[in-house]
Structures are given as C-alpha cells and as structure tokens.
Design a protein around this ligand. Structure first.
Ligand code: ADP
Ligand code: MG
Length: 242
C-alpha cells in the first residue's frame, strides 16, 4: 500500500463551541489514491473537509499531512504546504472571465506563466473559452475550472466536496474520471460524493460517515460488492465491480 499523506485522528469539530458535528472521526488518505467519503445528508462530510481545510476549528483530535501536524492551520498556509480545497458551491467567480479566474488562482505562483500553459493544455475546453465569462460555462466545465484553479497551487492533495453535484450523468462521469487522471499523476484526492456507485467504481478506499461518526471503511471494490452498503447506498441492488 502506498504511503499515508493525510491522517485525521479522532477529530471533534463543529461550527459553534460545545456543539460538535464531528464526534471523533478518523480517516487516512494515501499517496496517489482517491479516498472517498460517503454518507447520508447531514452526516458531516462537508464539515470534515472544512475541518481538514482549516475553515472550522478542531476542538479535539489531530490532523497530519505527510507526518506534520496541520490541525487548525489556516487555509492559506495549507495551500502553501500543498493542500487545495474545491468547495461544493461558489468555487468560481461567475462574473469574471475564465482567464481572470485562472489568473486569480495563479496570483501567488512563482511560475504562473508555465502553470497557466499547462492548465490550458490539460483543459482544452477552458482554453477555447478564456475570454468568456465563467458564468456562461456548462456545469461540468465550471467544475473543471474550479479544479484547474485548485491545481494552480500545484497541490499534492486535493479535497473535493461533491464535484459532480447537479451535473448531467455524462458530465458527472467526466469530472469523476478526471479525478482518476489526477490521482494517476500522483495527486492524492479526498473526494466527497453522492454519486455513490460511480464514485466507488473509481475510488481506491472509502469511508462511510453517519451522524458525525465513522461507520464502515474498506476498499472501494469491497464496499461496492457489500450487501449492506448496497442496500443502503446503491438502491438495494448488488452491483458488480467493473
Ligand atoms: N455553517 C453551519 N453552521 C452550523 N451548522 C452547520 C453548518 N453547516 C452544516 N451544519 C450542520 O452540520 C451537520 C453536518 O452537515 P454537513 O457536514 O454539511 O453534512 P454533509 O456534507 O454530510 O451533508 C448538519 O447537521 C448541518 O446542519
Ligand atoms: Mg456536504
């Protein structure tokens, strides 16, 4: 198994003091893998991503990245250390052009020009529309722009909160397949998804949360074939791994 990049140990966190949403959540993400988080609405998936991203305080437990403690470190410092966060909503500036969005994301980059060239090569649909307002992009293209903006900081780990939410099945598949391509390039991905079946087919390992706690975790392939997981999350039918 590849090395551990991110580890959350018994994390307690929430939005207001003394009202924890996460109650002792633990999770491990490995190098170059897609680690999936699933669970019912309100389970605390987004809250976990926000706690890792330094957006909400961790009151108990710890988070490490490449062995270093990053518990409650501000988001900007995490970016500098190699962690990028793609929020579920409001992850691009719709009234700016695609190019302006990318330039904003690249403003702290020491190699902005080269990185821009690389990003435009990687996302040809964005390259063709650089002067268009980001708000005119399709839902899938908007997610690709948000991912491109996250890649601007050349992260080693990307935290993605439901990147396929609200997309057509085809666009959702394209976005999810892109995360696979990123993982192949050695970027580790922590992915929250509600397209459970599609995401399990693509991920390496999966953690299931409910009510702010760990429920089950296992290899994505095992969970895809698990009867109980199938009944709860995959519409009652067992599905075979591809
Ligand atoms: N900004 C917030 N302030 C207070 N409570 C919140 C906030 N965001 C989410 N919550 C609460 O935290 C719990 C977990 O939410 P969330 O992490 O968004 O769940 P999920 O992403 O798994 O659907 C829910 O009970 C939700 O109401
Ligand atoms: Mg959420």
């Amino acid at each position: 198994m590849s090395e551990i990049v991110l580890q959350a140990n018994d994390v307690t966190a929430g939005y207001v003091p003394d009202l924890p949403i996460l109650r002792g959540v633990s999770l491990t993400a490995r190098l170059g893998q897609i680690t999936l988080i699933i669970g019912p609405n309100g389970a605390g998936k987004s809250t976990l991503i926000k706690a890792i991203s330094g957006l909400i305080p961790v009151s108990e437990g710890s988070i490490t990245f490449n062995g270093n403690d990053i518990t409650s470190i501000p988001t900007e410092q995490l970016t500098a250390r190699g962690i990028a966060y793609v929020p579920q909503t409001d992850n691009i500036f719709r009234s700016l052009t695609i190019r302006q969005n990318l330039d904003l994301a690249l403003r702290r980059s020491a190699s902005a020009k080269d990185t821009l060239t690389r990003l435009l090569d990687q996302f040809p649909a964005l390259a063709d529309k650089q002067r268009d307002k980001a708000g005119t992009l399709s839902g899938g293209q908007r997610q690709f722009l948000a991912i491109a903006m996250a890649l601007a900081s050349e992260p080693r780990l990307i935290l993605m909160d439901e990147p396929s939410a609200g997309l057509s099945p085809k666009a959702a598949q394209e976005v999810l397949e892109h995360t696979r391509a990123l993982a192949r390039q050695g970027v580790s991905i922590l992915l929250v998804e509600q397209n459970v079946k599609q995401a399990l087919r693509l991920a390496d390992h999966c953690f299931i949360l409910a009510e702010g706690r760990n429920q089950v975790d296992g290899s994505a392939r095992d969970l895809l074939n698990d009867r109980v997981v199938g009944e709860i999350y995959l519409g009652g039918k067992r599905v075979g791994a591809k």
